[in-house]
Design a protein around this ligand. Structure first.
Ligand SMILES: Nc1ncnc2c1ncn2[C@@H]1O[C@H](COP(=O)(O)OP(=O)(O)OP(=O)(O)O)[C@@H](O)[C@H]1O
Length: 623
């Protein structure tokens, strides 16, 4: 735990630091703001520190009415409830007269912004408020105008591209076809959907449609937040480009690369509001992992007359940095009507009754189409029980979750935390497979084998944490091979996790790789990049760990054949619906849950609080 308690942290702020809710950095920022702004109220300083903490833990702002809804590694709900939380009404009253919010005699410093919303007050650090406003404005401006398209051409392309296996037009309702019509007729489109709902399949067809309907060659930018996600996008588009007649060319890259990251440039990219991206269409995959700040940069860098297609799964855990932009966009209040052009192109889908495979569009879905948002719902990859489990978790139906877990399905298994025989077998077998390929110098093979099995935990520390379970896994592997692993050294087959972005090496926080033996006998660290692995000397890796187990947060954006999930005790505040959903949807073939029924049910019921104003109507204070 990072609870470094500074000597100066006393009173309310000190109590929260002591408990591990606030870090030394949160406390430091709050005290500094207090000193500079001439604010001594303990409640205001606590709110400021909690606002810093909120950003650190992924929210854009602090939901003042729900101050105490924090999740803390190692603290139970009861521990958290026992802290001396101030009354939110009093906090708001003091914030309304605080110089940190309304400005003071000391100068122009107004580091906090308070806004009212229908669901209560939100407290922002000024920078995040500005970014959120910028995103709101840019999206609204982009929605004021529409691309000029020839409906007959778009219709012909839709008919040709969205077909059933026998070549006839796909049956209505087909949300993929609706997504394509939206993307043709709007500058900004959001395509949401769980794993295997055909998001990438749809994107490839949208690109084919736009290429066909464009009188000149289209400049297409493909991007994702991580190198790995970009590589997956590339592979998927490449696989389909032959059939669809897509011109060769677009290379998927990380968002940082797309925006032109520059050393020493901070968050100032080569492509920005004054120097717009040179693309006609930009597709961003895995948008759930994009932070508020990065989304702001992307929108600023887009020409107003270039299409932006945001793709991702809003039910997943969100970016490590502040912001749940995709989920917010999907939940944003909607104004206006669905575009006439879209309605005419896909009226049969919009008005269709439910089909055995795909339900009719709900009233809420109809409304969201007006904002260019469509949610694909028909699972196309893993039928059956992983999808059923994911949907039950997403819907918060804990009885159904328990039912699916207990069904004896091939795709789902459920064991107690100490029933580890199968887990151990999977760890040992997949490690042996990875090591065999790594020793043979087969980087691609080793990377592929790395995806056979993954052990995931909610926590970093403690009896259910990554550290402990990674140690178990290493012991099992060592017992099997008769060779102890040196945690400080490098050896072929060693699984790696990158913990910080290195733009120069093009490896990113969350990337996973593996150590392989090279033909000259030296060792290389291999990372998946498109069709060919990128191999770099391990000595160049700065912030990289050996990873026999990883947190569920870290596993976002990756999938594995088999996933084993170690659940903490039911009282853990980290055990949430989003966490479980993310863990379960990492599995392609089989998901194994290790934990009690109480833990499963508690996880399904507990929600992550990701406060943001983007999904609400807000009124900044003072007006
Ligand atoms: N309309 C469709 N007809 C036939 N097959 C489809 C259709 N849509 C998707 N598929 C197939 O379903 C599988 C999953 O699709 P895809 O990879 O596009 O999903 P995804 O939502 O992008 O998944 P992920 O989030 O895991 O990347 C693929 O094999 C794809 O070819």
């Amino acid at each position: 735990m990072e609870a470094l308690v500074p000597v100066a942290a006393s009173g309310l702020v000190g109590a929260f630091a002591e408990a591990g809710v606030l870090t030394a950095a949160d406390v430091h920022v709050a005290h500094r703001l207090g000193r500079l702004g001439g604010e001594a109220s303990e409640r205001v300083l606590l709110a400021a520190a909690l606002a810093v903490r909120a950003v650190r833990s992924g929210s854009v702002c602090l939901d003042v009415r729900r101050l105490s809804e924090v999740t803390v590694d190692e603290l139970s709900d009861d521990d958290i409830a026992a802290l001396p939380w101030p009354d939110p009404v009093e906090v708001v009253a003091e914030l309304r007269k605080s110089p940190l919010v309304i400005g003071g005699a000391g100068g122009p410093l107004v580091p906090l912004r308070l806004v009212d919303s229908d669901e209560g007050e939100l407290l922002y650090l000024a920078r995040y408020f500005a970014q959120e406003q910028q995103i709101r404005t840019l999206l609204d401006v982009r929605a004021e105008d529409v691309p000029r398209v020839r409906p007959s051409e778009v219709r012909a392309a839709l008919d040709a591209l969205f077909v059933a296996a026998d070549g006839s037009p796909a049956r209505a309702p087909d949300r993929q076809r609706i997504a394509a019509a939206l993307a043709a007729c709007r500058w900004t489109t959001v395509i949401a959907g769980g794993p295997g709902t055909g998001k990438t399949h749809t994107v490839a067809r949208i690109l084919a449609l736009l290429v066909r309907a464009s009188p000149r060659p289209l400049r297409i930018g493909l991007a994702a937040p991580t190198g790995k996600a970009a590589a997956r996008l590339q592979e998927s588009i490449d696989e389909q480009s032959g059939v669809l007649g897509l011109p060769p060319g677009p290379k998927a890259m990380t968002l940082h690369r797309l925006l032109g990251w520059r050393r020493g440039g901070g968050s100032r990219f080569r492509w920005n509001a004054d120097n717009r991206l040179p693309y006609d269409v930009v597709v961003v995959d895995e948008t759930s992992m994009v932070s508020l700040t990065l989304m702001c940069r992307v929108l600023e860098a887009m020409r107003p007359d270039a299409r932006l297609i945001l793709v991702g799964d809003p039910d997943q855990l969100t970016s490590v940095d502040a912001g749940a932009v995709l989920a917010d966009l999907v939940a944003r209040p909607v104004h206006g009507e669905i575009d006439v052009a879209v309605r005419e192109l896909v009226s049969s889908d919009l008005d269709a009754a439910s089909d055995p495979d795909e339900a009719a569009l709900s009233a809420g879905e109809h409304r969201r189409l007006a904002s260019g948002i469509v949610r694909l719902s028909r699972g196309r990859r893993f039928g059956g029980d992983i999808a059923a489990l994911a949907v039950a978790i997403r819907d918060g139906d804990d009885d159904r979750v328990v039912e699916v877990l207990s069904s004896g399905s091939d795709a789902v298994s459920w064991r107690g935390s100490d029933d580890i025989a199968e887990l151990r077998d999977d760890v040992v077998r997949s490690s042996a497979n990875v090591t065999r390929a790594a020793l043979a110098g087969d980087a691609d093979g080793a990377l592929a084998r790395l995806e056979e099995h993954r052990l995931l935990c909610a926590h970093r520390e403690g009896p259910y944490g990554v550290r402990q379970w990674a140690r178990h896994a290493m012991e099992w592997v060592a017992a099997d091979t008769g060779r102890a692993l040196d945690p400080g050294g490098w050896c072929p087959g060693q699984p790696l996790l990158v913990a910080a972005n290195d733009h120069e090496l093009q490896i990113y926080n969350g990337d996973t790789g593996v150590v392989v033996q090279l033909p000259d006998g030296s060792l290389g660290a291999a990372f998946a990049r498109g069709h060919e692995a990128m191999v770099i000397p391990p000595s160049r890796l700065a912030d990289t760990h050996t990873v026999y187990a990883m947190t569920i947060h870290r596993s976002q954006g990756s999938q594995y054949d088999v996933v084993s999930v170690v659940l903490p005790e039911e009282s853990s505040s980290l055990l949430t619906r989003e966490l479980l959903y993310t863990a379960v949807t990492r599995a392609r073939r089989h998901v194994r849950i290790l934990g009690s029924e109480e833990a499963v049910r508690a996880g399904v019921r507990r929600r992550v609080l990701r406060a943001s104003g983007l999904r609400r109507e807000i009124r900044p204070y003072p007006r």
